[in-house]
Design a protein around this ligand. Structure first.
Ligand code: ATP
Length: 293
């Protein structure tokens, strides 16, 4: 488990990251989301040790992280760092060797990742000749090639087409399933919503919300309801204590306290067959809009 505890970073009198604490559990994919300038990259650099914090600590399985602990990390920094002239396979082997892997093992692991990330036809091309999407896949392979124990990725999905997003998702999920903590930042809320076990929302350098995807949706469920019947629901618009948000004949989404919602359900049941009734949990985009304001 990776623990970020009370981390603060100031640039002059500007506080980029302010008393940030969250955990990334082993075997869990944790999405780190926030708008431009929210503090994601700064936090990730502190986790990776490339930037010092003014206060706070990063721990791995309870112990403060030093240089040795961070050798067990795989990471993809915001500024992508592969050698443009090196060929894909050669580059991956080189990086794995730097991290202490034996030559044969490094070559094998590099080929496995090249195949898995669908770069087989590009295996011997120099990095600079690859499309941006393929360079991104090579970056992800570089983060994984030495079989790290923890993975920290800054925007791994940016610039990938939908098929590539699926491929990378598969690779990261498999990796997390082996028990490693995986943290990645993303602007793509739909991807984070679909993929992540846990979500951390940062805004203005502070943690605005954190928890499992289900917890966050449940916690922010508020008083929104959804009803579908075999008939017309026009009457809901004038029901007491109800504010209709979406209406489509036999389907309505409305805000109401639980007793007003029950009254709507009773009236619906009395006249029509009810196909669906329940709390409508917000999407991550809706939660994000709410907490980031
Ligand atoms: N080297 C620096 N010097 C001064 N201010 C900085 C520096 N690096 C970051 N900041 C400021 O710290 C804040 C957080 O920036 P950071 O890059 O961590 O945000 P981010 O969430 O990664 O944003 P983005 O999604 O746009 O990359 C911003 O206000 C930024 O301007």
């Amino acid at each position: 488990m990776l623990q970020i505890e009370g981390v603060t970073k100031r640039y002059g009198d500007r506080t980029a990251v302010d008393d940030v604490s969250f955990t990334v559990g082993g075997g869990r994919l944790t999405g780190f989301v926030g708008g431009n300038g929210a503090g994601k990259t700064t936090t990730m650099r502190i986790i990776l040790g490339v930037l010092g914090a003014d206060a706070g600590e990063v721990r791995l399985d309870g112990s403060p992280l030093g240089v040795d602990g961070r050798r067990r990390f795989g990471y993809m920094p915001e500024e992508r760092g592969l050698y443009p002239k090196m060929r894909v396979h050669e580059q991956l082997v080189y990086l794995a060797r730097l991290r202490g892997m034996r030559a044969g093992e490094a070559a094998e692991r590099a080929d496995e990742l090249i195949d898995r990330l669908e770069l087989t036809e590009r295996r011997n091309d120099p990095i600079e000749k690859l499309s941006l999407g393929n360079q991104q896949r090579a970056q992800i392979a570089a983060a994984l090639v030495h079989d790290p124990e923890v993975l920290v990725l800054d925007e791994p999905f940016s610039g990938l087409d939908p098929m590539a997003v699926e491929t990378v998702l598969g690779v990261l999920s498999e990796f997390a399933a082996r028990g490693a903590p995986v943290l990645f930042s993303s602007h793509q809320l739909d991807v984070v919503e679909r993929l992540c076990d846990d979500i951390v929302v940062i805004g203005g350098g502070r943690i605005l919300a954190a928890g499992s995807r289900e917890e966050l949706r449940e916690r922010n469920a508020g008083s929104r309801w959804e009803l579908t019947v075999d008939g017309d629901l026009g009457w809901v618009r004038t029901a007491t204590g109800v504010e209709v948000i979406e209406f489509d004949g036999d389907h309505v989404v409305f805000d109401a306290d639980p007793s007003a919602a029950q009254a709507v359900l009773q009236r619906a049941t009395a006249s029509d067959a009810v196909h669906l009734f329940g709390r409508r949990r917000p999407t991550l985009t809706e939660i994000f809009r709410e907490v980031v304001q």
